[in-house]
Design a protein around this ligand. Structure first.
Ligand SMILES: [Zn+2]
Ligand SMILES: [Zn+2]
Length: 293
């Protein structure tokens, strides 16, 4: 499994000289499964760049959507494969969202918000929100879901392939002031032992208390979760749009010192556009090899 990050920013695209290193595109991550399947996690603005790399193929594309906030759907109209004749593009989304929401990704192509309508596309676009896990399993993609703590709802996903695992948990507030869908202890169980955890880490203590309840986690909470769940590699994701490269570099240094102080063998990195992580099949009795390319 190879994980490639095309968009790592939360809330709003932030191009410019202060975000060149980590990138300004919103959420989009590609999983190249060892069985050949392409899985795309979210359809933020990073999806535009990803689309070009998939034009040489004709295989179905599986988009797994955490939820339909703008920063997770805006790249779809610019995703080049939607203009390929007969290309099958299936959008798998959350039964934890209200039923009308899954269509939001496709309905933004209505001739008003975007000049080309869904009906005019030559590709075959389907939105699926029932039996997502079963339908993906039919394609040999093994995934389990968990409900996010986020205004409007949504889902986290844990993918497993040949003993390797990667969890995508973005737009998740670990300790929200509103009704909890998944408790902290349930997150620890769900994520236990995962090789790579990609988790929302949008805020610092300076953002509180006025952003409490906005649906995102503190960096300090995510570090604690990684320790409690004994993850292999923690990837901090969905960076705040006001966080510049210098600040993210400082967070990287803090993360390293934090895990060293706690004597935990957890790799921790801030996601950056273009970053790739390769998970290799474990030889029996050894850990999955996680290599940051
Ligand atoms: Zn978001
Ligand atoms: Zn959101």
């Amino acid at each position: 499994m190879i994980i490639t990050f095309y968009g790592v920013r939360g809330s709003a695209p932030t191009p410019g000289p202060t975000t060149i290193k980590y990138g300004g595109n919103t959420s989009c991550v590609h999983l190249a499964m060892d069985n050949g399947a392409d899985v795309i996690l979210d359809a933020g603005t990073g999806m535009k760049q990803l689309g070009r790399s998939l034009l040489g193929k004709s295989t179905p594309i599986n988009i797994v959507l955490s939820h339909v906030h703008w920063d997770h759907i805006q790249g779809y109209p610019f995703f080049a494969p939607i203009f390929q004749a007969e290309r099958e593009i299936d959008v798998f989304t959350s039964a934890d969202s209200p039923d009308h929401l899954p269509g939001t990704l496709l309905s933004q192509m209505n001739g008003i918000n975007f000049p080309i309508t869904l009906e005019e596309l030559p590709s075959r676009n389907n939105c699926i929100f029932d039996n997502v896990e079963t339908l993906l399993k039919d394609r040999s993609i093994h995934v389990i879901r968990k409900a996010l703590n986020h205004p409007g709802g949504g889902s986290a996903f844990r993918f497993e392939e040949e003993g390797m695992s990667c969890a995508y948990v973005t737009d998740n507030e670990l300790e929200p002031p509103y009704k909890v869908h998944t408790s902290y202890d349930e997150w620890v169980d769900f994520l236990h032992g995962v090789d790579v955890l990609i988790h929302d880490a949008q805020y610092t203590e300076d953002d509180m208390p006025h952003k409490h309840g906005w649906g995102h986690s503190l960096i300090s909470q995510v570090r604690q979760l990684a320790m409690d769940a004994e993850v292999g590699t923690l990837v901090m994701f969905h960076h705040d749009p006001d966080r510049n490269d210098t600040e993210l570099d400082e967070i990287q240094i803090e993360n390293h010192a934090y895990f060293k102080h706690h004597r935990k063998p957890i790799k921790c990195i801030c996601a950056a556009e273009g970053m790739q992580i390769k998970l290799s099949r474990p030889i029996i009795g050894s850990d999955t090899l996680v290599k940051i390319l």
